[in-house]
Design a binder for this molecule. Sequence first.
Ligand SMILES: Cc1cc2nc3c(=O)[nH]c(=O)nc-3n(C[C@H](O)[C@H](O)[C@H](O)COP(=O)(O)OP(=O)(O)OC[C@H]3O[C@@H](n4cnc5c(N)ncnc54)[C@H](O)[C@@H]3O)c2cc1C
Length: 284
Amino acid sequence: MQLFHPTTIDEAVTLLAAHEEARCIAGGQTLVAMLNLGLLDPPALVSLRKVEGLDRLVRHAGGGVTMGAAVTQAALAAAGLPGALAVLCEAAQQVAHPAIRNFGTVGGALCHADPAADLPPAFVAADARLTAVGPTGERSLSAGDFFVDYLTTALAEDEILTAIHLLPPPTGSVGAYYKFARVDGDYATVSVAATLTLEGGVCRAARIVLGSCAAGPLRLDAADEALADTRPDGKAVARAGALLQEAAEPLADMRGSAEYRRRIIPGLVARAVEAAMAKSEARS
Ligand SMILES: Cc1cc2nc3c(=O)[nH]c(=O)nc-3n(C[C@H](O)[C@H](O)[C@H](O)COP(=O)(O)OP(=O)(O)OC[C@H]3O[C@@H](n4cnc5c(N)ncnc54)[C@H](O)[C@@H]3O)c2cc1C
């Protein structure tokens, strides 16, 4: 197996295209385990570690943020992003343990597309846009369109996720991530990423996204609409939770049966919304 260390995105894309079945390696936290287990045997690895600028998180003047795909989960956890974007930091804080967050990257977590991972639902809740670069150029896609199935994204084999873009969080927006796991540091049994935009206690827009409840992050227009133009009280939140519960198609594994996961969804949606509302109340 050959290992390449490109220093530019163009070089990385050329290397990936030149070696059939080559893979990118970012933090290596998942990929190396898969190599050790013999689940993958690519002829070449293209490391993203030395690619110029890929580990940079830039805060724009208007409040938007652009982060390179190789920003570590630890860096995102510590970024202190404002408003709705706080959902990203909270999710990153709850990925595994510090040793993994110090190497694991945002892009690696998104590209691996594990339905139980913490960052995918948070980036969908934050309505992120992703930039992919391949031999024919660059394209932009929404986080909602990026996750297409279990461990499968919309990236072509010869494309690299290079950057993630976030619009300035709306005034009055808040974000919270609630993870229910068997023990601290484990993957989620069920997780909920919530962003709300509030005006005088009334929710003007909501994005509620479940992790570990479907093949990818699960968001429903109807559930978000159930919260819009309400003071997110018991009834509206219960309605949103019930809609998500109905749509969920969780797997059964050692972290919980499908039925157990389905049952706890409404309660966890309520906790995530409550956590987001508490931030808004603390601010006013
Ligand atoms: C013990 C353990 C516990 C964990 N617990 C959790 C947890 O609780 N929650 C959680 O969310 N995650 C957890 N993880 C996963 C961890 O967050 C990984 O770091 C992450 O999934 C992969 O990030 P990485 O940078 O290490 O990617 P890598 O392992 O380097 O790559 C992962 C995959 O993404 C591809 N890839 C990486 N970057 C790009 C890119 N820019 N463009 C295109 N393809 C790319 C690679 O080719 C590979 O297929 C855990 C991992 C371990 C080992």
